[in-house]
Design a protein around this ligand. Structure first.
Ligand SMILES: Nc1nc2c(ncn2[C@@H]2O[C@H](COP(=O)(O)OP(=O)(O)OP(=O)(O)O)[C@@H](O)[C@H]2O)c(=O)[nH]1
Ligand SMILES: [Mg+2]
Length: 321
């Protein structure tokens, strides 16, 4: 899945990202030019920008870093008009996001490659698994799903629907089994069937629920009996609409479990999207994918440059589309 920025699929997703991230004028740049005509970039304008960044969930740390860079450049008299300011803003945001632009790479020497999907209730885990399976199959991998959310019967059925839609096998228990047991069975079955990638769903849990975090640690321990390297990816799914809470969640999941990759969903459900910058600045964990809707096409590889462009440009109908 590397080097795909120029494929038609990636270009298609960029368009969707741009349209959905800003359903209207961009929260950041909207009317900034109206605010500015003929004006020099001064402290007042930078303060306005700072307020916008903070209210758009960019977070104190990332906002501070961005403003520091802009203030330096204003002091050097490098930013003479709004275009120069926007370009500098683009660069400062890109510098924060670039280090976390590391796509998920399925190591062909590891078979099955085990992806454990975790996160709080309703973050978009099961939907992400469906979309991810779709992608991996399109990329030529064989995929199996494990229904490790044994908490709700409806969760198993929801995953089953995705398995059918993608025509991939699924391992599920009819009830009573522990998540660790189901996912262990999944790994055994995937091995026996020579499957490339096993994706395991888990029940939503709060990072503060110690017993549920222990349950995930148990999944890890049990998998390690069969393959000491498994899970090869612990993918944390974060809801992009919950602002700074997403940062706190990611920190806790990472402490408890060791998160290797992030998916940020529902970026269509927020007029902001700034939380992605807060997460990147604070956590430095690779952002593998972003989600901008419920459809399989509303899911794409995270690309720092495209993401910043999408943030700073408004979608259809926006002032600077
Ligand atoms: N708008 C939007 N909705 C999404 C996105 N991703 C997931 N959803 C929706 O969010 C809701 C919850 O998604 P699930 O995949 O069931 O979330 P989950 O984390 O598995 O939830 P639990 O298993 O209950 O913890 C569903 O209605 C999804 O369709 C997204 O990127 N954008
Ligand atoms: Mg689920």
């Amino acid at each position: 899945m590397t080097n795909e920025a120029d494929t038609p699929k990636a270009r298609g997703f960029f368009k969707r990202l741009r349209a959905k991230l800003n359903q209207g004028p961009s929260w950041l740049t909207a009317d900034l030019s109206e605010l500015l005509p003929g004006r020099k970039i001064d402290a007042e304008i930078l303060d306005e920008l700072e307020t916008r960044l903070i209210t758009a969930d960019v977070g104190a740390e990332a906002t501070g870093r961005i403003l520091e860079e802009l203030r330096k450049r204003v002091a050097r008299k490098e930013l003479n008009d709004v275009d120069a300011l926007l370009e500098a803003l683009h660069d400062a945001m890109f510098d924060i996001l670039k280090p976390v632009e590391t796509p998920l790479a399925i190591d062909p020497n590891i078979k099955p490659y085990v992806i454990l999907v975790v996160g709080i209730n309703g973050a978009g885990k099961t939907t992400t698994i469906g979309k991810l399976a779709h992608r991996l199959i399109a990329d030529g991998h064989s995929v199996m799903l494990a229904a490790g959310d044994t908490f709700r019967a409806a969760a198993r059925e929801q995953l089953q629907v995705w398995a059918e839609r993608n025509k991939v096998p699924i391992i599920a228990s009819q009830g009573g089994a522990e998540p660790a047991a189901v996912i262990f069975d999944g790994l055994q079955a995937a091995r026996a069937r020579n499957i490339d990638v096993l994706i395991a769903d888990t029940a939503g849990r709060l990072h503060t629920q110690t017993h549920l975090m222990d349950e995930l640690k148990k999944v890890r321990r049990v998998l390690a009996r069969l393959d000491p390297g498994a899970p090869h990816e612990v993918l944390l799914v974060l809801d992009g609409t919950i602002g700074q809470n997403a940062v706190a969640q990611a920190e806790e999941f990472n402490k408890g479990l060791g998160v290797t990759g992030l998916v940020i969903t529902k970026l269509d459900g927020t007029a902001k999207g700034g939380v992605v910058l807060a997460i990147a600045q604070k956590l430095k964990i690779p952002i593998r994918f972003v989600g901008v809707g419920e459809d399989t096409q509303d899911f794409g590889v995270f690309n720092a440059s495209e993401f910043v462009s999408a943030l700073l440009k408004s979608g259809p109908g926006g002032a600077n589309a």
